[in-house]
Design a protein around this ligand. Structure first.
Ligand code: NAD
Length: 274
């Protein structure tokens, strides 16, 4: 495209002098405040570290202490505020929002990652296993998003919401009825929130992890025949890792994705492509 090196150099100098952002600058999260739910372990811990590496301070939410995540975030030179709360309950929502505003006076990013799964044949599935999973994976995810979106609107800053969906947002699954219902709901509600809030510069998107080696899949990985059936179907030939969701999480939390609204990105080693 350019005739010679001098011309390329001149363009680079203009970009630098005028302080024009390059594409990599758009991924930076310096000065941003991110709430990450369920960041004690697994994918949530991976995403909290990813956002911290990109420059954000973290408000971590979990049902137990998050000391390992706190230490890792602080090692990166970022701040970490931990909120111990049961995200199955609606009462946790003001605790989370107040802690973020109380500590940092604003919120820029919400990662709705906390989630649970219960396994039982559909004919025997209990109401408790239905309600617990729906409450944390879908109901509190929606109402926490609503509370944070109100802050984004009040702040007039816009913001980013990233929901964690699943392969079972696309497929039926086996022996996990409330999980399938909740994660199918997450993909739908992601689109609805994106539609209503895009006008406030709020981007709502989701990440659908494939089969990842975390606590969530411990039982599956222990079952030798299910485990090898799953592995045989993954084109990438391996289970995913928390590391694999770091790039998509930073992308969807940053201004690099400002024109991405209501989309669910599969991070699945090709599972859905089969
Ligand atoms: P995980 O069990 O390691 O993480 C779940 C996190 O949620 C934990 O940190 C836990 O402390 C927190 N949590 C659980 N109950 C809570 C409660 N009542 N209140 C507050 N926090 C609570 O497993 P993971 O795989 O990292 O799961 C993270 C998300 O990714 C979940 O939404 C899960 O459904 C989703 N997901 C996982 C996979 C996978 O293969 N591992 C695939 C698709 C989607």
């Amino acid at each position: 495209m350019y005739d010679n090196e001098a011309e390329v150099l001149e363009i680079k100098i203009i970009i630098k002098d005028e302080g024009i952002d390059t594409i990599l600058d758009k991924f930076k999260l310096d000065g941003k405040i991110a709430i990450v739910t369920g960041c004690r372990t697994g994918l949530g811990q991976g995403m909290a570290l990813a956002l911290a590496e990109a420059g954000a301070d973290i408000v971590g939410v979990g049902d137990r202490d998050m000391e390992e995540t706190r230490a890792l975030v602080q090692k990166l030179g970022r701040k970490f505020v931990g909120v111990q709360a049961n995200l199955m309950k609606m009462e946790s929502i003001p605790m989370v929002v107040d802690a973020a505003i109380g500590s940092f006076e604003k919120i820029d990013i919400l990662i709705n990652n906390a989630g649970i799964i219960r396994r039982e044949d559909a004919v025997n599935f209990s109401e408790k296993d239905w309600d617990d999973v729906i409450n944390i994976n879908l109901k509190v995810l929606f109402f926490l998003s609503q509370a944070v979106a109100k802050k984004f609107i009040e702040q007039k800053t816009g913001g980013k919401i990233v929901n964690i969906a699943s392969m079972l947002s696309f497929q039926g699954g086996i022996r996990v009825p409330s999980y399938t219902a909740s994660k199918s709901g997450v993909m739908g509600i992601t689109r609805l929130m994106a539609n209503e809030w895009a006008k406030y510069n709020i981007n709502v998107n989701a990440i659908a992890p494939g089969y990842m080696a975390t606590n969530n899949t411990a039982a599956l990985r222990e079952d030798k025949s299910r485990s090898s059936e799953i592995l045989d179907r993954i084109p990438a030939g391996r289970w995913g890792l928390p590391e694999d969701v770091k790039g998509p999480a930073v992308f969807l939390s940053s201004s690099a994705s400002d024109y991405v609204n209501g989309y669910t990105i599969a991070v699945d080693g090709g599972w859905l492509a089969r």
